[in-house]
Write a protein that binds this ligand. Structure first.
Ligand SMILES: *[C@@H]1O[C@H](CO)[C@@H](O)[C@H](O)[C@H]1NC(C)=O
Length: 291
């Protein structure tokens, strides 16, 4: 047997025994108090291949945004970790991974894999009124991110692709000091910092971002583990006009280039991942936010 194939077979067999079937555990789900606009929560027991085609995937867009030669069932992992607070016992965490094959279209500078809500459209419900995006993140010690690089981890990209109205990031932002590379940072489309908090290597970190499209205002909520969310920033004026779509996953920028989309350095044999949970967009009309 070819040595690489042999190793792969061993790893596969090993993980099949070591990792229990994905199961939620622990505390009951925190209550979602407002109408859900887009639900990105994944029911426990969902098969990885569910994510690969429109015929089965009722949660996310099966075709975007990912490596040309990869299926979502090859990108997503279902780590056996306790679920995040808005997932509770019925929904499972999912891990978005990056590898050398995570090249979308001809974008050779980036490594990316970002989930889009199936029904999110550039001028749709995610871009009007008052909406709150919820997401929780957790780190996988076996697939650490390389914080020498700049990552987008959740963002809303404008319909004309010219900017991201809001971006949740980690790592060393290109052109800025790397002193805060271990911090998650929430920035506006001009790179203005709205909130920053250190990456937690152990616990779930829960975020919610209220986008008030009527007033061009943003408010940010945060908590750790099972704690209720608390407002940590805003409401503050932010230009969130321009429509577009949410993306939840990773876009890793290269180093050493001014043309980040097409060139620059990415180290080989990438095996990076970040665990996501409690993904949903809710309607915050009248000030409703699930805490
Ligand atoms: C992290 O990224 C830098 C810059 O690309 C690279 O030199 C270094 O080898 C990477 N570290 C790891 C552990 O991959």
């Amino acid at each position: 047997m070819h040595r690489q194939a042999f190793t792969a077979a061993l790893l596969t067999a090993g993980s099949a025994f070591a990792a229990p079937a994905p199961q939620a555990s622990g505390a009951p789900a925190a209550e979602i108090a407002c109408p859900i606009v887009f639900d990105g929560r994944v029911p426990v027991g969902t098969e990885p291949t569910f994510f690969d085609t429109y015929a089965t995937n009722t949660i996310f867009n099966p075709d975007y945004v990912k490596g040309n030669d990869l299926k979502w069932s090859e990108i997503l992992q279902f780590p056996a970790v306790e679920s995040s607070r808005f997932d509770g016992e019925e929904h499972t965490p999912l891990e978005v991974t990056l590898s050398d094959k995570s090249i979308f279209m001809q974008q050779n500078g980036f490594r990316r894999a970002g989930l889009q809500f199936l029904r999110d459209s550039p001028d749709g419900a995610g871009t009007t009124g008052i909406k709150t995006l919820h997401f929780s993140v957790k780190q996988d010690p076996e697939r650490p991110l390389n914080l020498t690089h700049e990552y987008l981890n959740v963002w809303h990209e404008a319909a004309d692709y010219s900017s991201n109205q809001i971006q949740f990031q980690i790592g060393s932002l290109i052109g800025k000091s790397s002193a805060d590379k271990n911090n998650f940072k929430i920035l506006d489309r001009n790179g203005r910092s709205l909130y920053s908090v250190a990456m937690d290597q152990t616990n779930w970190q829960n975020f919610a971002i209220t986008l008030n499209y009527e007033r061009n205002q943003v408010q940010i909520y945060y908590s750790v583990g099972n704690e209720p969310l608390k407002s940590v920033a805003g409401p503050t004026s932010v230009n969130i006009a321009g429509g577009g779509q949410f993306q939840m996953g990773m876009l890793k920028k290269p180093t050493g280039t001014s043309d980040v989309v097409n060139s620059g350095y990415q180290s080989r044999n990438l095996n990076e991942g970040q665990i996501y949970g409690g993904l949903f967009l809710e309607d915050s009309a009248g000030g409703c936010v699930s805490l």
